[in-house]
Write a protein that binds this ligand. Structure first.
Ligand code: FE2
Ligand code: FE2
Length: 189
């Protein structure tokens, strides 16, 4: 399946995002290259995965709601919000507007916020690069980077534990797919 080159996508992503978020996705691409090198994965594809992952993040809710109907996506998505939509639904915009036909790239975008039980190497790279790009600076970033550089799978488990814990502490709902992912990657189920 085909996808445009990084240099071709770069101005389109830049035009779709605020400066701050654009810088985040570029850094995500850079960290994705680093993780790809450590895991013997295609560095150019990883860089593209990082660049496109938040393409839809700044779109209005109405765009996502209309797209869920148009593409007959899971109606339960309407009970959620942009935090979930920009990946799962955003991949539809990436396909139609950016010309990304490659399912592996589209899936890495779909899974970058929710994670999943089944994750490809690219899914894991984009998921971790979004979390650990060099602009990220939460407590334990260094620990999380060390864990992830040793083992991508351990990194996925680390992030899921961190993110689910934060949602629970803040009394926020956890997307069902993320609970299944947590049970798989952290709980060994
Ligand atoms: Fe995102
Ligand atoms: Fe992001």
């Amino acid at each position: 399946m085909t996808y445009p080159k990084y240099d071709q996508l770069y101005p389109e992503i830049k035009a779709a995002l605020s400066r701050e978020r654009f810088e985040h996705v570029v850094r995500t691409g850079e960290y994705a290259v680093h993780l790809a090198e450590l895991n013997h994965y295609d560095t150019e594809k990883a860089r593209i995965g990082g660049l496109i992952h938040d393409y839809a993040k700044e779109r209005p809710a109405d765009d996502f709601l209309a797209e869920i109907d148009k593409k007959h996506l899971d109606p339960d998505l309407k009970n959620w919000n942009s935090a979930i939509w920009h990946g799962v639904v955003g991949a539809e915009f990436a396909k139609d507007e950016l010309g990304i036909e490659d399912e592996e790239l589209l899936n890495s975008m779909r899974r970058h916020t929710t994670a999943d039980v089944e994750m490809t190497t690219l899914d894991k790279i984009v998921f971790m690069a979004d979390f650990l790009e060099l602009g990220r600076n939460f407590a334990d970033t260094d620990v999380a980077r060390d864990v992830t550089e040793q083992s991508l799978n351990d990194g996925v488990a680390w992030q899921l534990e961190f993110s689910v814990t934060r949602l629970v502490r803040n009394h926020q709902a956890v997307y069902p797919k993320t609970i299944y992912a947590y049970n798989h990657w952290v709980g060994g189920k």
